[in-house]
Design a binder for this molecule. Structure first.
Ligand code: HEM
Length: 151
């Protein structure tokens, strides 16, 4: 249980912290200083580096969370843990969609030199990462506040 929860928390920190940095600091700085021909390849490289860690984080969160929920708690969990399970699964689905659709599209468009198409894919990735960031911060708040208030 302690190992599973440590991995669960480390994975949440890497995923949510990475999204916070990318969304709140890196992207606005790149938008201010760089034009699309420089900005879009930079952001693609950032995703190339970050997304393998997100895959690992998503797998760890789902495996450790489900293990604690079903093997340790035997499915008898508080409402906040059930909401976490639902929202966590939604976040994972959003990430898989980002990876499979707009990230793939952005990579192909940049290889073909189609900047407007890459820009469109990037705009979708930005919205979806923004959504997952809000969900991740909310679910973390709910998980911790829920645990210490018994919700
Ligand atoms: C399928 C998805 C998930 C499942 C099944 C799950 C399950 C669990 C379980 C069973 C606990 C232990 C609760 C307790 O000790 O009372 C827990 C704790 C926690 N989870 Fe999740 N979780 C999931 C997704 C997430 C996500 C996506 C995040 C954040 C991005 C997250 C953040 C946390 C945090 C911060 C705690 C620690 C609460 C504390 O001990 O103070 N979980 N989770």
């Amino acid at each position: 249980m302690s190992l599973a929860m440590t991995l669960h928390l480390l994975a949440a920190i890497v995923w949510v912290g990475g999204m916070f940095f990318a969304h709140m600091a890196l992207r606005p700085a790149a938008a201010q200083l760089l034009d699309p021909p420089q900005r879009l390849p930079l952001l693609l490289k950032v995703f190339d580096g970050f997304f393998p860690w997100v895959w690992l984080a998503v797998i760890l969160i789902l495996v450790t969370g489900s293990w604690v929920l079903f093997s340790v708690f035997n499915g008898a969990a508080t409402t906040s843990v059930w909401i976490m399970t639902l929202v966590g699964t939604l976040m994972a689905a959003i990430f898989v969609f980002i990876y499979a659709v707009p990230y793939h599209r952005m990579s192909e468009a940049l290889q073909a030199g189609e900047l407007p198409k890459a820009g469109e894919a990037m705009a979708l990735i930005r919205k979806l990462i923004g959504t997952n960031l809000i969900l991740g911060l909310s679910v973390t708040t709910l998980a911790v506040a829920g645990k210490y208030s018994g919700f």
